[in-house]
Every structure is written in structure tokens, then in C-alpha cells.
Write a protein that binds this ligand. Structure first.
Ligand SMILES: *Cc1c(COP(=O)(O)O)cnc(C)c1O
Length: 434
């Protein structure tokens, strides 16, 4: 399968090139040349298939031309070492829980898949040089990528994070791992971390001496596998007899997660419509209202993994629907919520159902609560475990959210990180000395 750039100014890439490069040379996002529809027989039987069986079929449609079936099945099953169950919150609203992975957020799925795919390519190429993954993080991405790549042979990960600006619970998820993961504590802000990473990719000395790659969320290997759990959600709802008028609500920031759902829809998944649930960052909401996309600076909210002012994957959505505002707005609607509304939603849901939402999932839940029509059933994506945002959640619902043991275990580990200035010369010297 070939991958083209949404900007159409870069040469087409193979899957391997698209994964290693991440972003096309014209700064566009890679898109698969074809999106294969799955046959009726698959949808007829899907409610009797396991999550692994479903995911293997979907993976084959995306990657089957490039990777032999046995290898691909193994990558998929290794990735999905945890379930993504659908849980009833109230009779018409279900939660697709995506927090059962190692770092308790949906990004585990894409990060684990990408790590295994990259390892497969390295082995196949016979190049014995170590591949270095550089990733800048303000918190969640670093933990998902570090844990996704933990122990994967032939790959070393450097996580750059801003000193003192990442919550202790997030920091311990990538500073205590050791092995092939190095945490680099930068004396600066997140933008400095990102600048150091970008400068490294553009530096010819470094590129000559080291094999460098990024694990950015726009990478096709991180983004496409997220389609797996949309199919699983449909299957589980179908088994309950509740999939006829299904509405899926996705807490959205950079819009990668919802775009994977739109790919699933294009492959034939019978979802009636989608809702992009936003916090106060209302760029997509305004686009749907006006037909004009006006990116702006992000605003800080309590659902901070969605604080994005210029969502990268908007380019993929436009591409998918030929730039048609009409087609986009007939399938997708959007909502935008203030922090006060998010808190109120966490409290109301807990009081009425006992279900504890995290601030991101709360946006998704509220969008269904307000927007479901007669006869529809809604599934929202619960993108993180509430304990990851314990202070906010405890404050909103006046309780003491239990911390799952796999999160508590990170906090017991010994923190190790390499101190770094925000000066690129220092970072370069460090990488060259490795
Ligand atoms: C990253 C993230 C999101 C936003 O997902 P996008 O794919 O960027 O839209 C939502 N919730 C949580 C908990 C996240 O970590």
C-alpha cells in the first residue's frame, strides 16, 4: 500500500517510509491510498468474534499488502494485551473503556502497535544499528510511547520533558522504567523540548551517526490501529441488540482518535453519526458552524490532553471528505464545554449512576446526554482512567478515587533522568556521546 501526503507535494511513501518519517516532506500527513471496505459477512458475524479476531481482520485491511498475515497477527495480539470493554453507564449510554493498558489511556494502543511494527521493519531490513526514537512530551504522550516501546529490542527511546511542568504521576510513568528508555529532563518549557527534537531531525551530523525517528501521534502506525476498538465497540453493542442506531462520541483534541473512527466508518462500520466532544478549545465546533477553519492558540483546561488549538488531523478529515463541509457536518457534530460544565458532568454522572468519569470522558458522556435522539444508543470513548486526573476528579465528585495498582507501581520506582539545558548544542553533544 502506498501512502500519500495530504498536501500532495511529497512523493508517495511505502508503509515503512511513512512510519519511519512520520510527517511527509511537504509537512502533510500520510493517508493510505485505498481504504478497503470490509465484506457484509464480516459485519454479519462480528458480534460472535473476539476483539483479537476483529482487530486482526481490520489490520489486514490496512497492512495486509505489506506484512505477512502471521507476523501481522502477532503484532496485533501483542499490542492488545488488554481489553477495551464496553460498559453500560445508563440504558442508552455506554462507555468504551480505553484505559486498561499499561499507562491507563487510549494512546497505549497506538504506541504499542507502532513499537512492534517498527521492530518488525528493523528485523526485516537486517540493519543492526539501533533505532533512536525521540519524543517530546508535556505528559501523556511520553508515558504511552515509553511504555509502548519498553523492552522492544533494537530501539532506544529518549523522552524529553519540561522540568517541573509534568505532574508527578505522569513523570514517574517514563522516568522509572530504565532499560531502553531514557528520560531527558529539559530546563525549559514543552516548546523547548519540541524544538530540541525537531532540530535533531534536521541536523546532518546526527542523522549521519544515528538512526532517528519520531513517534508523533500523527504517525500512521499510531493512528490507524485506533480503528480496532471502534469495530469492537460495534460488535459488543450488536451482541446486546443495541447497534442499530449507534452514535459514537469522541473526546477530541488533535482529532487522531475520531479520525480513526471515521476510517472505520469508511470501511463499512454501521455507525449512524459521530460527535466530536471538545473542551473550551472550540476550533472544530466553529468550523462546523461556519465552514471556516480558524486555528488559534490553545486554552488550558482540566481536560488538558485536549488542549489543542490547531488539530493536526483536521487535514485528514478534510481529505477523507474531499474538503466538503456539507459531508463532514452531516456525519459529525461537535460540542464544546467549559471546565465548570465538565466538573458538573462528572458530579451528575457519579450521583446518578455511580460511574466515575475522567474530565475527557466527561465531555464525551455529556455530548450524548444532551444530543441523543429518540431510538439512538450512544457509546462514548472513555479515553483515560479517572485516577490519572485524581485531584480534579476527587475535587469534582468529593471522593477519593482508588489508584489502580499498575499506576501505583510506577510511583514506587526510582526516578532517573538526564538533566539537559534547552540549548541544542548540549543535546546534540549528548546524543553523539551515546
Ligand atoms: C490524547 C488524548 C485525547 C485526545 O485525543 P486526540 O486523538 O488527540 O483527539 C483525549 N483524551 C485523553 C485522555 C488523551 O490522552
Amino acid at each position: 500500500m502506498k501512502y500519500y501526503s495530504t498536501n500532495r507535494q511529497a512523493p508517495e511513501a511505502s508503509l515503512e517510509e511513512a512510519v519511519v518519517k512520520g510527517l511527509a516532506s511537504d509537512r502533510g500527513l500520510y493517508m493510505p491510498e485505498h481504504i478497503q471496505a470490509l465484506p457484509k459477512e464480516f459485519f454479519d458475524n462480528i458480534d460472535r468474534m473476539s476483539f483479537h479476531e476483529i482487530a486482526c481482520r481490520v489490520a489486514e485491511a490496512f497492512f495486509g499488502e505489506d506484512i505477512p498475515k502471521d507476523d501481522l497477527d502477532r503484532i496485533v495480539c501483542d499490542t492488545l494485551a488488554f481489553d477495551c470493554p464496553v460498559v453500560e453507564v445508563e440504558p442508552t449510554i455506554y462507555s468504551l473503556e480505553l484505559f486498561h493498558g499499561p499507562t491507563l489511556a487510549f494512546k497505549d494502543v497506538g504506541a504499542r502497535f507502532m513499537a512492534r511494527l517498527l521492530q518488525y521493519f528493523i528485523r526485516r531490513s537486517g540493519d543492526n544499528r539501533e533505532v533512536n526514537v525521540l519524543v517530546a512530551t508535556s505528559g501523556d504522550t511520553g508515558s504511552a510511547v515509553a511504555n509502548g516501546f519498553l523492552g522492544v529490542e533494537g530501539i532506544h527511546v529518549y523522552v524529553l520533558y519540561p522540568k517541573g511542568k509534568v505532574s508527578p504521576i505522569q513523570e514517574c510513568q517514563f522516568t522509572t522504567l530504565g532499560r531502553n528508555i531514557t528520560a531527558v529532563e529539559v530546563d525549559g518549557v514543552f516548546d523547548d523540548c519540541q524544538r530540541l527534537v525537531k532540530s535533531a531531525f534536521m541536523d546532518s551530523d546526527l542523522c549521519e551517526h544515528l538512526v532517528l525517528t519520531s513517534a508523533n501521534s500523527i504517525n500512521v502506525a499510531r493512528f490507524l490501529p485506533q480503528a480496532f476498538y471502534y469495530f469492537n465497540a460495534y460488535a459488543r453493542m450488536k451482541a446486546l441488540g443495541k447497534a442499530d442506531e449507534l452514535v459514537i462520541s469522541v473526546p477530541s483534541g488533535n482529532f487522531g482518535n475520531i479520525t480513526a473512527g471515521l476510517f472505520a466508518h469508511r470501511m463499512g462500520l454501521p455507525v449512524k453519526r459521530f460527535i466530536a466532544a471538545n473542551n473550551a478549545n472550540d476550533i472544530f465546533y466553529n468550523y462546523l458552524l461556519t465552514g471556516v477553519y480558524s486555528p488559534k492558540a490553545s486554552v488550558q483546561t482540566i481536560a488538558n490532553a485536549m488542549d489543542v488549538g490547531d488539530p493536526s488531523n483536521f487535514a485528514r478529515i478534510l481529505d477523507l471528505y474531499g474538503g466538503s463541509h456539507e459531508r463532514i457536518s452531516s456525519l459529525i457534530s461537535a460540542t464544546t464545554y467549559t471546565d465548570a460544565q465538565i466538573r458538573e458532568t462528572m458530579l451528575e454522572c457519579f450521583a446518578h449512576t455511580g460511574y466515575i468519569l475522567d474530565p475527557h470522558g466527561a465531555c464525551g458522556y455529556r455530548a450524548l446526554k444532551e444530543g441523543l435522539r429518540e431510538g439512538e444508543t450512544g457509546v462514548f470513548l472513555e479515553t483515560a482512567h479517572p485516577a490519572k486526573f485524581k485531584d480534579t476528579v476527587d475535587g469534582a465528585i468529593s471522593t477519593d478515587v482508588a489508584i489502580p495498582s499498575r499506576l501505583a507501581d510506577f510511583m514506587k520506582g526510582e526516578k532517573k533522568s538526564v538533566p539537559m539545558t534547552a540549548d541544542f548544542a548540549d543535546f546534540k553533544a549528548y546524543l553523539l556521546s551515546r
